[in-house]
Design a protein around this ligand. Structure first.
Ligand code: CA
Length: 237
């Protein structure tokens, strides 16, 4: 049995919320953080979500594989590229995408960009996905600390996104779910604002307003970006 809650907020600074998310049948969860000039970012993230819904919703009664998720992302990649080619105002747009599919005790995921999937298990918060960003590469090389990464001036520079080129390289994986596991999908409007320790502390509280409280924490810290979170709890597996 799964319970899920989600929240999104434009934040305190930006005029438009370019984040999008979807929760389908308490099985499939997606966050997308659009980028691009004018309102193009929200077009990219909306195209991503509508493609995922169209391609995967009908298949939810069967068992999806990681390859099914990756194929849906590749299809979204092509649609965003086609839209950008047809409409100059959309040129250069793109989006992140983090998908989690939960079925028969397994969490299968697919991911591009710097939105994140976390697993909170036995008081530990583990980042499941790897950020495709310049700063994540610096961190992996040991050139900067985690603290420096969070405030780095180039932290928005992505090394991979959906809708910017062909082919799009998609990371996939799966995780065996244990009873009590809590999954968090979020955009960087949360993780750039709120420390891992604080995220962990909010997730450790077995309350049903955790998504709202995460957004609230990002707002209190400045809310300089759009903030989107989905919290999924596996009560039993
Ligand atoms: Ca963002």
């Amino acid at each position: 049995m799964l319970t899920d809650v989600a929240a999104t907020h434009v934040g305190r600074v930006r005029a438009i919320n370019e984040d999008r998310y979807i929760c389908l049948s308490s099985k499939l969860f997606v966050v997308a953080d659009g980028m691009g000039g004018h309102a193009a970012g929200e077009i990219a993230s909306a195209l991503l979500i509508s493609t995922i819904q169209e391609v995967l919703a009908l298949k939810l009664e069967t068992t999806l594989s990681a390859e099914d998720l990756a194929a849906a992302l590749r299809q979204a990649n092509q649609r965003i590229l086609d839209k950008a080619a047809a409409d100059e105002a959309c040129s250069g747009m793109g989006t992140t995408a983090s998908i989690l599919y939960i079925h028969e005790g397994k969490g299968i995921w697919a991911h591009v960009g710097d939105s994140r999937i976390y697993c909170y298990r036995q008081q530990q918060l583990q980042q499941v996905t790897h950020d495709h960003s310049f700063v994540a590469d610096l961190l992996a090389q040991g050139s900067i600390t985690e603290e420096e990464a969070q405030h780095h001036p180039q932290r928005n520079l992505l090394t991979r996104a959906v809708g910017v080129g062909v082919p799009v390289q998609v990371d996939t994986g799966s995780i065996e779910i244990e009873p009590g596991d809590v999954f968090l999908l979020c955009t960087d409007g949360l993780t750039n604002m709120v420390s891992k320790a604080q995220i962990k502390q909010i997730l450790s509280d077995e309350a049903d307003d955790r998504a709202d409280r995460l957004v609230e924490a990002a707002m209190l810290a400045g809310g300089t970006d759009n903030i989107t979170v989905i919290v999924v709890e596996a009560d039993h597996v």
